[in-house]
Design a protein around this ligand. Structure first.
Ligand SMILES: [Fe+2]
Length: 308
């Protein structure tokens, strides 16, 4: 049938215990050995040791073995070695060296569906009395892994691997700076950004609504204000509410809600977004370290990541 989203991301970090503590607090369920589950998507994050922080692998979800065969065929046609089994195919993205697997996985859907959060408007009462989020006292728990952002020294080659090789669609471009790519109905599942070195910029995790974006970040920042990176804001490309935090190894992670969806390719026209327009519609200005993380120079020289 089709690709339908991200299944899993693997991240290497110098201090595994520290990362496990962070992502547990972030709201993912630690199932042991650095394997984390989301509320609806099962195990979607794998943390293992590596001398510097890095993206260790990405798994894309597909419906059935026919999809796997089609991906293997496309990769081979593009001169990329594909290791194919019945239910999965693995290849290495040639610029960043990221192992990418496409695997048969069930579609992620909350059961029962999450009810719409009511919000009042001028002349419109959709909820009475106190706001429903006030009764939410439990920790925010992300529903699923939404997207991963990869820095590449060759934006076009990496983008083409995902589009022509794996089968992603282009949702929008930021000129020669970034490409928003989707393998599901959501606006982006992989974003490739031009960078002086291959690195993992951020992972993004879906929560129920904007209150959960704010509530999640607030809880993470209460005792650790240094984790704050950028938010609360709303992106232009994808239109999602966002709040970015920094994990102990220096990789950003995002709570997001309400992203644009593209159920039919015909209903969407990709745009070329200029300057900061593509980056955000509103919110505080992004800190320079968001676009160029503090440890980029260290990653370029292969030194251990800067921590702090
Ligand atoms: Fe993001």
């Amino acid at each position: 049938m089709a690709l339908h989203g991200l299944a899993e991301v693997g991240i290497g970090v110098p201090d595994v215990a520290e990362a496990i503590g962070f992502y547990t607090e972030f709201g993912l369920e630690h199932r042991g050995d650095g394997r984390f589950a989301t509320r609806d998507g099962g195990e979607q994050l794998r943390i293992t040791h590596s001398p510097t922080r890095r993206l260790l692998g990405l798994t894309i979800a597909a419906d059935d073995p026919d999809d796997i065969a089609a991906v293997a065929q496309r990769l081979t046609a593009h001169g990329i070695t594909a290791h194919r089994h019945t239910d999965r195919v693995r290849a290495v993205e040639p610029v960043t060296g990221t192992p990418v697997t496409v695997a048969v996985r069930p579609r992620i859907a909350p059961d029962p569906p999450v009810p719409t959060t009511p919000y009042n408007g001028p002349g419109r009462i959709d909820r009475w009395g106190r706001a429903p989020f006030l009764t939410r006292t439990d920790r925010v728990r992300p529903r699923k892994l939404g997207h991963v952002v990869i820095g590449s020294t060759d934006l076009h080659t990496t983008s083409r691997f995902f589009t022509e090789g794996i089968g992603f669609r282009v949702s929008d471009h930021m000129g020669d700076r970034a490409a928003f790519l989707r393998c599901s109905v959501e606006h982006h599942n992989v974003l490739v950004m031009a960078a002086p070195v291959a690195f993992l910029h951020h992972t993004s995790w879906q929560v129920d609504d904007v209150d959960e974006v704010g509530r999640g970040a607030h809880a993470m920042l209460t005792d650790h204000p240094e984790r704050h990176t950028w938010g609360l804001g709303r992106h232009f490309a994808g239109a999602n509410f966002f709040w970015y935090l920094r994990d102990p190894a220096g990789t950003f992670c995002e709570y997001y809600s309400d992203m644009d969806t593209i159920p039919e390719d015909e209903l969407w026209t990709p745009q070329v977004l200029e300057g900061v327009q593509g980056l955000y519609a509103w919110g505080p200005p992004p800190p320079p370290s968001f676009l160029e993380p503090d440890d980029l120079a260290a990653l370029m020289t292969g030194a251990h990541s800067t921590r702090g």
